[in-house]
Design a protein around this ligand. Structure first.
Ligand SMILES: [Zn+2]
Length: 211
């Protein structure tokens, strides 16, 4: 199958521009990766962690899925891609930070709200996002956020905190956090304005980073 033109052109630019500038770094990281931070991000095409954090190759260990969720620790069957990435990052790479980065206008979070309205969502998306149905129902029952877009933003941020709670259900994460080797963080990115908000653990508020 012929390579799609935009991918070919992008790759050619990578070879001519970025790779040429960073050839030494690529050579160095080929010896082994030692990223200090793992990002759990959304698959959404607009929220690439390497772009948002201006990261060079080897700096960020990234796993992306629908809605940037960390599932609870489950040992049963199933293909636990995100859990496997967490295990590798913490036990082998010994990262110092895990950042769960959600974002506004998230289709995965919107799908969770659609399920609540009995609207259909995908066969694979439905069971995946079912893990946040408890906090979604909590938000809807509370009923204090009426505006649909603000309600979605509230659920986006609650899902980040829920993922951080789930992270602690993995024994290797809990012990690394308890011993001070690992810190968990929450972040939420607003696409249209390119702004990041960082979770303050003490207040539970996502604070705008910068000015
Ligand atoms: Zn998303």
């Amino acid at each position: 199958m012929k390579m799609p033109t935009e991918l070919k052109q992008g790759y050619e630019r990578f070879r001519l521009e970025r790779f040429r500038i960073e050839a030494d770094r690529y050579k160095a990281v080929a010896e082994g990766q030692r990223p200090r931070t793992m990002i759990v991000g959304c698959a959404d095409s607009r929220v690439d962690p390497a772009t948002i954090f201006s990261a060079a190759p080897g700096e960020l260990y990234v796993v992306r899925n629908v809605a940037a969720l960390i599932p609870p620790c489950e040992r049963g069957g199933g293909y636990h891609g995100t859990s496997a990435a967490l295990e590798f990052a913490v036990k082998e790479l010994k990262v110092s930070n895990i950042v769960v980065m959600g974002h506004d206008l998230c289709g995965g979070i919107a799908a969770s709200l659609m399920v609540a309205e009995k609207r259909p969502v995908g066969d694979f998306i439905a069971p995946w996002i079912d893990q946040i149905s408890g906090i979604r129902d909590e938000l809807l029952e509370r009923g204090d956020v009426v505006d649909p877009s603000l309600r979605q933003q509230a659920l986006e941020r609650m899902a980040i905190q829920h993922s951080l709670d789930n992270a602690l259900t993995f024994p290797f994460i809990q012990s690394a956090v308890e011993s001070g080797r690992l810190t968990l963080h929450g972040a939420w990115f607003s696409i249209g304005v390119g702004e990041l908000h960082w979770l303050d653990w003490d207040t539970g508020v996502f604070e705008h980073v910068g000015d």
